[in-house]
Ligand binder design. Structure first.
Ligand SMILES: Cc1cc2nc3c(=O)[nH]c(=O)nc-3n(C[C@H](O)[C@H](O)[C@H](O)COP(=O)(O)O)c2cc1C
Length: 275
């Protein structure tokens, strides 16, 4: 009973922060969630686009297109991405598979740079507006990419943030963290056996600043495209990878030093040459 009282209190606070129209949507979401016994229904019905209303509550703050770290422990300049050769895109789509067996041979820095660039890189500019390798709702580009380098050629082991504007890596922490990453990924051994991994996150307010709560849907569509970019680029470079969505969210956030609500961890992608 105590929990129910607390839920009512929290619901009252939430409702008091919404418009009448948004309260109606929330009510529908609650009704459906209760009927189906599924919390997902609460979000689903609350964020539908109706003919007359949807829960568009834009956040006033726009965090900008790029996350810039200051005080990097080390700045690693990346070689330009490979831009020719590889596979025809249709062939890459046909061959793409989730691959979980890796050779211990360290991936070359050029291949790592290429994966990061094709995952979320800046592939052009429209005046001041960056253009990316992945489509994004409203062109708002919420994704961030991190590299966990266990064993990469010509790169000190560590956790890095990829800056797509400068095509650089900023070292957040030195050391080989692949075993820890496997532990965070619900103990999936293949993660710990990979020489490196890319982690994709989404800065929620970049998209929510325009779309409100519906942004939570869109950022996953954006991320799905970036995940496929990594798969296809890996296939073209002769690398093996798999998308891992099973992880302890809050542990992954502290691993990266991010706030789990502001920046949502979406995918871990271990990679290496096929074993
Ligand atoms: C959202 C999502 C989460 C996934 N999570 C995991 C995971 O935690 N571990 C894993 O080994 N594979 C994971 N996979 C990979 C799937 O198992 C794989 O895509 C599926 O078996 C189909 O195989 P294919 O990719 O070779 O076509 C995930 C895939 C998706 C799309």
């Amino acid at each position: 009973m105590h929990e129910v009282g607390m839920l009512c209190k929290l619901l009252k606070i939430l409702a008091s922060r919404l418009s009448r129209a948004e309260q109606k949507l929330l009510e529908r979401g609650l009704r459906e969630a209760a009927r189906k016994g599924d919390v997902a229904a609460l979000y689903h019905y609350s964020t539908l686009i109706g003919r007359t209303v949807y829960m568009e509550k834009p956040s006033p703050s726009w965090p900008g297109f790029f996350k810039e770290y200051t005080g990097c422990q080390r700045l690693a300049r990346l070689p330009p991405p490979v831009s020719t050769g590889g596979l025809d895109v249709l062939e890459a789509i046909r061959r793409r598979r989730s691959r979980r067996s890796y050779s211990p041979k360290p991936p070359s820095l050029e291949h790592v740079a290429t994966l990061l660039y094709y995952a979320v890189g800046v592939t052009g500019w429209n005046a001041e507006w960056p253009l990316r390798s992945y489509p994004s709702a409203g062109g708002l580009q919420p994704l961030e990419a991190y590299l966990v380098a266990g064993s990469v050629e010509d790169l000190e082991s560590g956790i890095y943030h990829y800056n797509p504007r400068s095509h650089n890596l900023c070292m957040l922490r030195p050391g080989n963290y692949m075993t820890r990453l496997a532990d965070i990924s619900l103990g999936q051994e293949h993660v710990g056996e990979a020489p490196a991994a890319i982690i994709l996150t989404a800065v929620y307010t970049r998209t929510a600043s325009k779309y409100g709560a519906r942004a939570y849907r869109y950022i996953h569509v954006d991320a799905g495209a970036a995940v496929q970019n990594v798969y296809l680029a890996a296939e073209a470079l002769g690398l093996a990878t798999v998308v891992v969505g099973a992880f302890h969210d809050e542990e992954l956030c502290s691993f990266l030093g991010i706030d789990c609500y502001e920046e949502i961890p979406i995918a871990v992608m271990p990679f290496g040459y096929p074993g």
